[in-house]
Design a protein around this ligand. Structure first.
Ligand code: PMP
Ligand code: GLN
Length: 383
């Protein structure tokens, strides 16, 4: 993880956000919203600070938030989560994921199966555990995995099948056949399913299906989510993981030595968010789908081939027709040339597979409509 000169290599997100700051370009790279989320949620954090929620909270998380997560899982998905034993709060989905991997991996003989491209922290976290990363490719245009390839990759050494649905960076929402295959293979090889559902409320075509709701899944699934995306508070870093009590105890054992506890005033505020009306969640999803529409139209007008996302913050576009056969070089030049920052998909792919994704670029749609319109008009000048 070190750069060639021995310094810490910045993540692609930090590098591209720095490029945006340096050049004044519109940042469609790193996925963070440029508008605040629900005012009730922000106000609840202010109120919590005013009322003294400023010291270490309990290690599992603030009781009210654990309760609210349990209510949320029941209300949206019909899942039963015991707030006392089956859920813990973490420093975002990132810590939930890292603590889970560290807790469940025994050593270098264990394998973690993941779809590729994958969110960048996955490979880094697996590397921390010493396990072997096995990947199954997701290919354009629909970015669904080949089920035979999935079956051929999962085996008795597979400790974890790691799923991210809706998917960053591709925008895929996995079909019922894919989710069912994951559950069947996990059961056959006695693997744990770890599912990152941070975009659960940003599924545009159909309501999100947590993999834990499938028959036979709950007993071997750890479900991870986070307040960042749902309430547009990515800087709060409040996430959670729920699943069978024995697995959660293992994750808590690691988590307590990673961060110990997490931001006390943010936790009651996230509890407030999780109890907001159904329409608040639905409206946020439609607003984002509309933004993807504006971004997609702009990209198409500029000459990109657009892979319309089914969920999440990002639209993937093929830049080959614009001379972007090497999207990494294309993205490095984009801020200076047109004043827009985006991320090459190769940032989410392991070295041996980079060539297969070399023409693809990821654009974040979680920005104000006027910002996306300006970005679209700048991109139109590209040709
Ligand atoms: N998983 C995915 C798929 C993500 O896109 C992100 C970041 N946006 C995270 C995890 C990290 O979430 P958090 O900021 O809650 O740690
Ligand atoms: N998850 C966001 C993205 O994919 C932000 C990631 C980060 O800054 N680590 O862009």
């Amino acid at each position: 993880l070190l750069a060639a000169d021995g310094t810490v290599a910045p993540t692609i997100f930090a590098e591209m956000s720095a490029a945006a700051a340096r050049t004044g370009a519109i940042n469609l790279g790193q996925g963070f919203p440029d508008e605040d989320g629900p005012p009730e949620v922000l106000e609840a954090a202010r109120a919590a600070i005013a009322h003294g929620a400023n010291q270490y909270p309990p290690g599992r998380g603030v009781r009210d938030l654990l309760q609210a997560i349990s209510e949320h899982q029941r209300r949206f998905y019909g899942l039963d989560v015991d707030p006392g034993t089956e859920v813990i709060v973490t420093a975002g989905a990132t810590e939930a994921l890292t603590a889970t991997l560290l807790a469940l991996i025994d050593g270098p003989d264990d394998e973690v199966v993941v779809f590729e491209p994958y969110y960048d922290s996955y490979a880094a976290a697996v590397a921390l555990t010493g396990a072997h990363l096995r990947t199954v490719p997701l290919r354009a245009p629909d970015f669904q995995p080949d089920l035979d390839q999935l079956a051929a990759t999962v085996n008795d050494r597979t400790r974890i099948i790691l799923v991210n649905d809706p998917h960053n960076p591709t925008g895929a929402v996995f079909g019922h056949d894919v989710l069912t295959a994951v559950v069947r293979l996990a059961a056959r090889h006695d693997a744990v399913i770890v599912t990152d559902e941070v975009y659960e409320h940003l599924s545009f075509e159909a309501p999100h299906t947590p993999i834990a709701t499938l028959p036979g899944a709950a007993e071997r699934t750890l479900t991870i989510s986070s307040a960042g995306k749902t309430f547009s508070v990515t800087g709060w870093k409040i996430g959670w993981v729920h699943g069978p009590a024995a697995l959660i105890t293992a994750v808590l054992t690691v988590k307590q030595y990673l961060t110990y506890v997490n931001g006390s005033p943010f936790q009651p505020a996230v509890a407030t968010g999780l109890r907001l009306s159904d329409s608040t969640f639905a409206d946020a999803s439609s607003a984002l789908a509309h933004k993807h529409g504006i971004l997609g139209d702009g990209l198409r007008a500029a000459g990109f081939t657009v892979h319309t996302p089914q969920g999440g913050y990002f639209t993937v576009a093929d830049a080959t027709a614009l001379g972007g056969r090497d999207a990494a070089a294309f993205c490095r030049a984009l801020p200076e040339r047109v004043g827009v920052v985006a991320i090459p998909l190769t940032a989410f792919v392991s070295e041996p597979h980079r060539q297969e994704y070399a023409g693809l670029v990821r654009f974040a749609a979680c920005k104000r409509v006027d910002v996306l319109e300006e970005a679209a008009s700048r991109l139109a000048d590209f040709t």
